[in-house]
Design a protein around this ligand. Sequence first.
Ligand SMILES: Nc1ncnc2c1ncn2[C@@H]1O[C@H](COP(=O)(O)OP(=O)(O)OP(=O)(O)O)[C@@H](O)[C@H]1O
Ligand SMILES: [Mg+2]
Length: 333
Amino acid sequence: MSQNLLEVKNLVKVFNIGGRIFGSKLKAVNNISFNIKGDNPEILAFAGETGSGKTTVARMILGLETPTSGEVIYKGNNITHIKKRNELMEYMKEVQPIFQNPFETFNPLKKVDSYLYETARNYNLANTKNEISKIIENSLKSVGLTLAEIEGRYPNELSGGQLQRVSVARALITKPALLIADEPVSMVDASLRMSIVNLFNELKVKYNVNVLYITHDLATAYYISDRIAIMLRGDVVEFGDVDKVMLLPLHPYTQMLIESVPQPDPEGTWKEEIKLSSLEVKEFSRLGCKFCERCPYSMKVCKEVEPPIVFKEGREVKCHLYAKEGVTTKVKI
Ligand SMILES: Nc1ncnc2c1ncn2[C@@H]1O[C@H](COP(=O)(O)OP(=O)(O)OP(=O)(O)O)[C@@H](O)[C@H]1O
Ligand SMILES: [Mg+2]
């Protein structure tokens, strides 16, 4: 069996909120496990409403947030507690982030090409200016830009779409095996969104880059990804092949989400930014299933016991409904 590129094992993140004395704990990520094999590049979407824990998962994978428990293993090495700078640099070279808002990623007073030069220099990718320029030209080319188009320009002189392409080009300079793209198109003009989403597919096909595509937009997730994880209040409630999950959802929450996006239309999103009501905030600390108050099939056990993860019809589903059917179940502790 070949080694996985990335293994995420029983990842948990608990935040203390509201101060030390009267504060409480919020389990933003509850026991998440998945692998990216890496031999056959893929786009894996993490989709969920606002506050479901997507960014926290991304930050733990990137080493920006320490997990409360669980592990992130990259090419067989546990990176959860890497302390040495050279080991961290080596990891960051291979796993690169792309953030949501290109206008925040780039300092308005700094020329955008300087980010590309800095990245190439920080990772000691070449010794001469000529070699560095060549690397930069190549990574810009892979996102459909040229150095001439962006050289000497400030962020406000580029469109959101162009700027996000520069972010992707910067991430590609180190020739990463995995991009962690957290809502990479949500701040980009709707008309340019699909071109960026398509770019991820191109990178996968042409350059063997795996992409963890984090989004609250089910439609682009369906359009671009190979597998999808549906998150709800820190849980992955359904995970598997995107066609299986989207066309024949098993979890009642996934079913509800898909009903709210009538067609797999690239422009369709969840209706609006969903603000958590107090009922939903309580869902984080619920003993049983996080969805049971809203689920049409809720049973007594759903209120009391955390659902097992059941393997059914080519995906994992965290739901008591299917545990009853006697299929193989895996309860993670
Ligand atoms: N540093 C922190 N301290 C306390 N709570 C936090 C912190 N970071 C995130 N949270 C909480 O953890 C939960 C998950 O947050 P996270 O940002 O991972 O969600 P998300 O799915 O990325 O949401 P969005 O779609 O809005 O980006 C939220 O309730 C959030 O308020
Ligand atoms: Mg987020």
